[in-house]
Design a protein around this ligand. Structure first.
Ligand code: 3SL
Length: 247
């Protein structure tokens, strides 16, 4: 049954495809669950004041002298001279509370910066804040596009699973309807995988990549639903925690 005035939820599998979507007036949910958007949620859960997502290492370094913690990775590893890498556990440290963070990562922060300017709002999703972000999206009277960061503009499985989880929640909530095959496919994969996400991702390329860095615990943590109530939203180019600002 089509409910009048229902909004749509779509899934974009790569930042390279985002210009094919009508972002005008829509909320874009950026997803890079291994590990950028998970780490962003953890940082806000642990009291970070703001996070600036940046595309390049050079831009990020400039924030050091402005008193920011500088964080990020290339090839999964912490960048020389940076305060933090991209592990969610690093963003649980005491120094995160009240901090301003400048963050650059291979895919997640690039995806954020690829979003067309006419989008109404940018928010950050991960399994860690799955219910919080889904409830937030359901409350907004806007079309939703879940943007999977992928890997260097290619499709990836883990971001697709989270996209499917968000689609599933919005569809069941009945305020949004599915309007594209990528959302159907993402939800289908999520429903297949949801009882053991870690196992489902066994052959995924990024799980293999991170396995080489011996950070299996990061992967398991990033796949744990609902560890955080953070709702990171972009305001004037800076991510802040919606809950904290509105309370
Ligand atoms: O690409 C990214 O944005 C990162 O999350 C990749 S990694 O998990 O830190 O390797």
């Amino acid at each position: 049954m089509q409910i009048i005035n229902q909004k749509t939820v779509e899934v974009c599998f790569s930042p390279a495809l985002i210009n094919l979507f009508d972002c005008k007036g829509a909320t874009i949910v950026v997803v890079d669950i291994l590990r950028a958007t998970s780490s962003i949620c953890v940082a806000f859960e642990h009291g970070a004041e703001s996070i600036i997502p940046l595309a390049s290492i050079e831009e990020t370094i400039k924030y050091k002298e402005k008193g920011y913690l500088i964080a990020g990775e290339r090839n999964g590893e912490m960048i020389e001279g940076f305060d933090l890498g991209n592990s969610p556990f690093g963003f649980m440290e005491n120094r995160i509370r009240g901090s301003k963070i400048a963050l650059t990562t291979t895919n997640g922060t690039q995806a954020i910066n690829a979003i067309p300017k006419d989008a109404a709002e940018i928010v950050i999703g991960s399994f860690l804040n799955l219910n919080a972000i889904s409830n937030y999206l359901a409350e907004q009277d806007r079309n939703v596009i879940v943007l999977c960061s992928g890997f260097k503009n290619k499709f990836n499985l883990e971001d697709t699973l989270l996209a499917g989880a968000i689609v599933n929640r919005l569809r069941l909530n009945q305020k949004h309807t599915i309007d594209c095959d990528s959302a159907v496919a993402a939800e289908y994969l999520y429903l297949k995988a949801k009882d053991n996400l870690f196992e489902f991702l066994e052959n995924s390329s990024h799980r293999k990549r991170l396995h080489k860095l011996h950070i299996e615990s990061d992967i398991k943590y990033c796949l744990s639903p609902n560890q955080s109530k953070a709702i990171p939203v972009m305001r004037d180019g800076v991510l802040v925690n919606y809950k904290e600002k509105s309370e």
